[in-house]
Design a binder for this molecule. Structure first.
Ligand code: NAP
Length: 259
C-alpha cells in the first residue's frame, strides 16, 4: 500500500488531452490538487470538468510551455491556488513526423523547444517552490523513441526525448540538495488523440508488434508517474521506467510471431 498523495499540489503540463489528461485524472483520483496546463482552453476545461465531476480538485492555467514568462506565471498561479507545488509532471510534447531530408530547421527548433526546452523551463520555474519546502518531485514524460528505439521521421523527436534524459541526470544531482527527485517515464505506444492522428494503419501495425498485443492507455503512464511521486519512491532519482507492454523486447518480427 502506498502512502497517500491526498492534498498534494500537482502541476501537469499538456493535461488538456492524451497522456497528460490521464496523469491529471490518476492524481486527482488519489485526492491531489491538480493544475491542468495547456494552451487550448476548450480541451483543458474538459479535463478540469471531468476531474470535478468525479469530486476531484482541479484548476487550469493556459500556458505555452515554451514561453518563460508564461511558465513563471503558471507556477505563481499554482502557488496562489494550492499554496505550493509538490509535484511537477512535465509532459507537454509534440511529435510531427518528417524525414530529415524534408525537415525545415524551424520544425527541428519547434520540437526541441516544445519537448526539451520546456522541461528545463518548467523545472527551473518550480525550483524556488521545492527549495522553500525542502522536497519535491518531478516526473518527465520521455519516450522509448530516441533513447531506445528509432522511427523514420522522428529524428528531432527522438533527439528531444533523449535530451530530456540527459537533462534529467544533471538535474537529479543539482536538485538533490533540495530533497527533490526527478525521474522519467518512457512510454511506448499509448492511445491518445496525438497518436490517433497518425492513422489507423499505424495504430494496427504498432499493436501487432507489442508482446501484450495492445497499445497502452493513458492511465498506464499516470500510474507510473504516481509511483515516482509517492513517498515510497523517495530514494529513486535520475532514473527511467519504460511502460510499453514489452514493445522493445522482440529481436525480430519472427520473435513476435513465435508468441
Ligand atoms: P497529445 O495527445 O497530442 O497531447 C499533447 C498535450 O501537450 C496537449 O495537452 C497539448 O495541449 C500539450 N502541448 C503541446 N504543445 C504545448 C505547448 N507549447 N504548451 C503547452 N502545452 C502544449 O500527445 P500525447 O500522445 O498525450 O503525448 C504527451 C507526451 O507523451 C508527449 O511529451 C509525448 O512525446 C509523450 N509520449 C507519447 C507517446 C504516445 O504513444 N502517445 C509515446 C511516448 C511519449 P495544447 O495543444 O492545447 O497546448
Amino acid at each position: 500500500m502506498f502512502t497517500s498523495i491526498k492534498g498534494h499540489s500537482v502541476i501537469v503540463t499538456g493535461a488538456s488531452k492524451g497522456i497528460g489528461r490521464g496523469i491529471a485524472k490518476v492524481f486527482a483520483l488519489q485526492g491531489a490538487k491538480v493544475m491542468v496546463v495547456a494552451r487550448g482552453e476548450v480541451e483543458a476545461k474538459e479535463t478540469v470538468d471531468e476531474i470535478r465531476s468525479n469530486n476531484g480538485i482541479a484548476e487550469m492555467q493556459l500556458c505555452d510551455v515554451t514561453d518563460w514568462d508564461a511558465v513563471v506565471e503558471m507556477v505563481k498561479v499554482t502557488e496562489s491556488e494550492f499554496g505550493c507545488v509538490d509535484v511537477l509532471c512535465a509532459n507537454a510534447g509534440i511529435f510531427p513526423q518528417t524525414k530529415i531530408f524534408e525537415m525545415d530547421p524551424e520544425e527541428w527548433d519547434k520540437v526541441m523547444e516544445t519537448n526539451l526546452k520546456s522541461a528545463f523551463l518548467c523545472v527551473k520555474a518550480c525550483i524556488p517552490q521545492f527549495k522553500k519546502k525542502g522536497n519535491g518531485r518531478i516526473i518527465l514524460t520521455s519516450s522509448i523513441t530516441g533513447p531506445v528505439t528509432a522511427y523514420p521521421g522522428w529524428s528531432h523527436y527522438g533527439a528531444s526525448k533523449s535530451g530530456q534524459l540527459g537533462f534529467m541526470k544533471t538535474a537529479a544531482m543539482e536538485l538533490s540538495k533540495y530533497g527533490t527527485t526527478i525521474n522519467a517515464v518512457m512510454p511506448g505506444n499509448i492511445y491518445t488523440e496525438g497518436l490517433r492522428d497518425l492513422g489507423q494503419d499505424y495504430l494496427d501495425s504498432m499493436a501487432a508488434t507489442i508482446p501484450l498485443k495492445r497499445l497502452g492507455v493513458v492511465e498506464d503512464i499516470g500510474n507510473a508517474a504516481l509511483f515516482f511521486a509517492s513517498d515510497e519512491a523517495s530514494y529513486i532519482t535520475g532514473q527511467t521506467l519504460i511502460v510499453d507492454g514489452g514493445q522493445i523486447l522482440p529481436e525480430s518480427l519472427e520473435a513476435i510471431e513465435e508468441i
